[in-house]
Design a protein around this ligand. Structure first.
Ligand SMILES: [Zn+2]
Length: 149
């Protein structure tokens, strides 16, 4: 990457400050929903307040497990970062499908590990990491996963 390019400032897609605020617990604590009637877990949170399995409106907040294992992963090597994501040079990412210990499946990213050291089935735990710049210049923090030692 050329030195003069520097860091991308922010993504130019639509951005809802209200939505970002409302979803902060899901982003920072893996807060989802649990149906009190049928026990079904949901992540992200069921914002409409209706269970998609039994149509009950009897939902409660549920903090999903912060650890789990990798079901499937791959390595993306972009020449350019996806718009708004990361700095120049930080183009290699390892997205992964993760099964948490309570059975919830989360699509996220494995960080702080070399792609060659990552294998399906490895144990991971949630961490809070920078995702991107938002339109106001603030860093946007959300969950990612690291390999458990
Ligand atoms: Zn239900």
């Amino acid at each position: 990457m050329p030195e003069f390019a520097g860091e991308q400032i922010y993504r130019n897609a639509t951005y809802s400050a209200l939505r970002t605020w409302q979803e902060r617990k899901g982003r920072l604590r893996l807060m989802g929903s649990r149906c009190k009637d049928c026990g079904q877990l949901w992540f992200p949170r069921r914002g409409e307040g209706v269970c998609g399995r039994c149509n009950s409106r009897n939902l409660e907040d549920y903090e999903c497990s912060h650890s789990g294992k990798i079901l499937y992963h791959w390595c993306n090597a972009f020449f350019f970062t996806p718009t708004g994501y990361g700095a120049w040079g930080m183009t290699r990412r390892v997205p992964a499908l993760i099964e948490l210990d309570d059975g919830v499946h989360v699509f996220s990213e494995i960080v702080e590990a070399e792609p060659k050291d990552i294998q399906d089935g490895m144990r991971v735990e949630m961490v809070i990491r920078k995702h991107r710049r938002e339109t106001n210049g603030n860093w946007f923090y959300a969950f990612k996963f690291v390999l458990t030692k």
